[in-house]
Design a protein around this ligand. Structure first.
Ligand SMILES: Nc1ncnc2c1ncn2[C@@H]1O[C@H](COP(=O)(O)OP(=O)(O)OP(=O)(O)O)[C@@H](O)[C@H]1O
Ligand SMILES: [Mg+2]
Length: 279
């Protein structure tokens, strides 16, 4: 097989492949280049963290991959086909838990099974048996046994966030898109959820794209960290995170961990400084 063809096949096997993507918003006068010539390739089972200053295009990348936003230029392939051409099972969680207040926690968690094929076909038949057990098992994994009958407003913010992670994972997504899901939590709850997230990722191995402002979170959870820069938004650093798993919070005190997060921090600070001197 020639080299070009082998490379092409390997690229098409990537779960996510952004090829020289540009995204611009607005017209000529108020144009914002949200992403410029951005390429990003993520293999099956990777856990990639996107970090960078506010407005650098992190959420824009998630929206492109989820198919809710189209690029102005370039191509996006998800599981080898151009976005929109195939059904990819995606799970999502955000900074805000966004649970439906009129449904109890179990029904909130089961919601994707009601919507996503092939589960939705059997929802009416399995919702009080198999699907319910599936939701309860996942709730138990995040420390919410016995809370299935409660309503979102009866739970703390951290508990609601755990439930929203269950909802993101209930349908065994190929791809998990997380936009600062731990951002609104206190440090201890956040670290607890990192551990839970890591366990779920090791057990199920979805491909994860995590947006975060927290470099410690990125280095604890991810296999790779991509640093972005704003105006125009683009990736300026792509580093592998080498620490063995399962990682405990103690890893964050190791010199290699500290020097990695420090180096990434310096990258972001330098990128911000460049941006500040531009008009
Ligand atoms: N619908 C839109 N219309 C116009 N401009 C937009 C739109 N969505 C995003 N932008 C602009 O695109 C750029 C990237 O936005 P994006 O939301 O991806 O940033 P981000 O990195 O997620 O920031 P944050 O860390 O604050 O969430 C910003 O300059 C933003 O103002
Ligand atoms: Mg964002």
């Amino acid at each position: 097989m020639n080299q070009a063809l082998a490379t092409d096949i390997a690229i098409r096997n990537a779960i996510i492949d952004l090829e020289r993507v540009n995204v611009t918003f607005g017209g000529e006068k108020n144009k914002t280049v949200a992403l410029a010539e951005t390429s990003l390739r993520i293999e099956n089972g990777e856990f990639v963290a996107l970090v960078g200053p506010s407005g650098c295009g992190k959420s824009t990348i998630l929206k492109l991959v989820a198919g809710t936003l189209s690029p102005s230029e370039g191509h996006i392939f998800v599981t080898g086909r151009e976005i929109g051409a195939n059904d990819v099972r995606i799970g999502m969680a955000f900074q805000n838990p966004t649970l439906l207040p009129w449904l109890n926690i179990r029904d909130n968690v089961m919601m994707p099974l009601k919507i996503v094929p092939p589960f939705k076909r059997d929802f009416a038949r399995k919702k009080s048996g198999e699907y319910r057990d599936r939701a309860e098992a996942l709730l138990a994994k995040v420390g919410l046994s016995g809370f299935g009958d409660k309503f979102p407003w009866q739970l703390s913010g951290g508990m609601q966030q755990r439930a929203s992670l269950c909802r993101a994972l209930i349908h065994d997504p190929t791809l998990l898109l997380l936009d600062e899901p731990f951002g609104a939590l206190d440090q201890f709850t956040r670290e607890e959820l990192w551990e839970i997230m890591q366990t779920l990722w090791i057990e199920r191995r979805p491909t994860v794209l995590l947006v975060t402002h927290d470099l410690k979170e990125a280095a604890y959870l991810a296999t790779r960290i991509c640093v972005m820069q704003a105006r125009p938004g683009r990736i300026i650093d792509d580093s592998v995170v080498p620490f063995a798993r399962p990682r405990t919070i103690d890893v964050s005190f190791q010199p290699e961990f500290v020097s990695l997060t420090q180096r990434l921090r310096e990258r972001i600070v330098a990128a911000r400084a460049v941006h500040e001197v531009q008009p």
